[in-house]
Every structure is written in structure tokens, then in C-alpha cells.
Design a binder for this molecule. Structure first.
Ligand code: ATP
Ligand code: TZP
Ligand code: MG
Ligand code: MG
Length: 271
């Protein structure tokens, strides 16, 4: 895996304009659609039980996000997820707030048991709780990562049978054998609601055009984090409002040369 491959995958997203089917939360829906459009993907939100299977079948990727759960959406996720699994469409799962309430924990467990998840993405607490380990969580935000996130990603990937992405100050991707650390990003991302949720959907866009889920995830993190660094430079210290707008502009404008100059990742070895 190298930085040049990441730029060519970014170009591939822009040229192929993959359809990304999202079943997501009410907080982040508009930001997610705009971010997917900016990177070059084609977003669709389709929740009705009558159409969820049909939409998932024709999508390049299905993204399931349990940010504002209700039983109706959980049923949509299971219908769409089963259809995606039957038709070889990758399923990306964001277990927002798992561990904060029993309902979230039970629902994440149900989704992980009933569906074949390709990639799971969350903060350290969410990934730990999804994998049945204890980690402190406050609502949908992680309490400062105290443990070894590389080891956590590796063990969660093995436990869940899915490529695991843990985000925070440093991002980790593991399939249980190979583990990568990505240093790109900016603290202002934590001041924009949905920055994590949009990232999960952008991982869907890359998974739609790249069969290797580890490569798709690492590419997404490098591109997304680099775009955030550029946006922070352009927002002149004004704060999250300007940053959010500049971030959408950066996702749209980021070039191969930017990815190559900002991108920072390494393969880590874990015991
Ligand atoms: P949380 O609810 O805990 O904020 P989240 O689901 O919003 O989690 P994040 O972990 O904040 O997701 O990750 C979203 C993006 O923000 C990722 O690209 C990540 O690299 C970046 N990010 C998060 N925290 C930092 C930080 N302190 N410095 C730089 N980048 C960060
Ligand atoms: N409450 C339920 S979902 C949600 C909030 C605030 C959005 C979480 O977005 P992210 O991307 O995890 O910060
Ligand atoms: Mg966040
Ligand atoms: Mg989140």
C-alpha cells in the first residue's frame, strides 16, 4: 500500500461516482449527503421497509449508522443489510454510542450477529463495547482513549470478523493480521457533529470502488484527515463554523498532490 495508490482511488471515486446507500441518524443526514457529494460519490438515504432491500442491491456500498435508533430504522437496517449481503455489496457499520445504553448495546449485537459486516468504524469506546469489552463512554462521545488502540483494533477485528477502524487523535485500521496507523486529522473535527458519521459514509464510497476493505479504509482516513488539515489552514482560526464549510470545500478540491504531501500512515506491528 502506498500514497500514490490512495490518490488513484480518490480519482476512481470521482470518476465512478458510486451510489452509497445510507441508513443514518437525523443529526447528520444533510452533512453526510453533502460530504459524499463533495468527495465525488452519490448519496441516497432510503429507509422504507418497502424499498430498503431493492436500494441496497443496486448500491456500491451500504452504510448503517445507529445514531438515533428506533425499531423502525433497526428493521430497515436488517432488511437492507441482508439484501447487501446476498448481492455482494459491502456493509459499513457505525455503532454510534454503543455501550451508553442497553438498547444501543443490544442493537449493535443484533446487527453484528445477523449481518456480515465488512468494516466497522467508531471511536475507541464504541469499538470496545461492540466487541464485548468495557470502555467508558459518555453519550456518543468517547472518553479519552486510555488503552492501546492498536491492540483493541486487532482483537476487535478478530472477535467481530470485520475490518475494524478506530478513530481519534490517531486512527487505526486492522483486519486482525495487518494493522495500520494514520496520523492525519485535526481537532476541529471533534467540534463538528457528524464528522465521524460522514467519515463512515466516505469509507463506504471507497469500499464501493476498492475490493480490499483495509486499503479502502486506510485511503479514506488519509484523504479525510488530509482534507481536514487543509480546511483548518484555510479557516484562519475562525472556529468550527468556517471549518465545516472549508472542510466540504477541501473534500471537493483535494488533489493527488495534496494527498501525497499531507498523507501520513504506517504499518504497525503488534504482538
Ligand atoms: P467522537 O464522538 O468520540 O468524537 P466520532 O464518531 O465523531 O467520535 P472521531 O473519532 O472524532 O469520530 O473521528 C472523526 C474524524 O476526526 C477522524 O478523521 C479522526 O481522525 C478525527 N479526529 C478525532 N479526534 C481528533 C484529534 N484530537 N486530532 C485530530 N483528528 C481527530
Ligand atoms: N446524537 C446522536 S447521533 C449524533 C448525536 C449528537 C451525531 C454523532 O455524530 P459523530 O459523527 O459521532 O460525532
Ligand atoms: Mg465526533
Ligand atoms: Mg461517532
Amino acid at each position: 500500500m502506498n500514497i500514490q495508490e490512495f490518490s488513484s482511488l480518490l480519482e476512481k471515486v470521482r470518476v465512478s461516482n458510486p451510489l452509497v446507500h445510507n441508513i443514518t441518524n437525523v443529526v447528520v443526514t444533510n452533512f453526510t449527503a453533502n460530504g459524499l457529494l463533495a468527495i465525488g460519490a452519490s448519496p441516497v438515504m432510503a429507509y422504507a421497509h418497502e424499498e430498503a432491500a431493492e436500494m441496497a442491491k443496486i448500491a456500491g456500498a451500504l452504510v448503517l449508522n445507529m445514531g438515533t435508533l428506533t425499531e423502525k430504522e433497526v428493521k430497515s437496517m436488517l432488511i437492507a443489510g441482508k439484501s447487501a449481503n446476498q448481492h455482494g455489496v459491502p456493509v459499513i457499520f457505525d455503532p454510534v454510542g454503543v455501550g451508553a445504553t442497553a438498547y444501543r448495546t443490544d442493537t449493535a449485537k443484533r446487527i453484528l450477529e445477523e449481518l456480515d459486516i465488512t468494516i466497522i468504524r467508531g471511536n475507541a469506546a464504541e469499538i470496545a463495547n461492540a466487541a464485548g469489552q468495557k470502555w467508558s463512554i459518555k453519550g456518543v462521545d468517547a472518553v479519552e482513549a486510555a488503552g492501546n488502540t492498536s491492540e483493541l483494533a486487532k482483537s476487535a477485528a478478530k472477535e467481530l470478523g470485520a475490518v475494524t477502524v478506530i478513530t481519534g487523535k490517531q486512527d487505526i485500521v486492522s483486519d486482525g493480521r495487518s494493522t495500520f496507523a494514520i496520523k492525519n486529522g485535526h481537532p476541529l473535527l471533534t467540534k463538528v457533529t457528524g464528522a465521524g458519521c460522514l467519515l463512515t459514509s466516505i469509507i463506504g464510497a471507497f469500499a464501493a470502488i476498492e475490493k480490499d476493505p483495509v486499503k479502502a479504509a486506510v485511503t479514506s482516513l488519509v484523504v479525510y484527515g488530509s482534507a481536514a488539515e487543509i480546511a483548518a489552514e484555510k479557516s484562519d482560526g475562525k472556529g468550527p463554523g468556517t471549518f465545516q464549510i472549508e472542510f466540504l470545500n477541501s473534500l471537493y478540491n483535494i488533489s493527488a498532490a495534496d494527498v501525497e504531501s499531507y498523507g501520513s500512515f504506517e504499518k504497525t506491528t503488534s504482538k
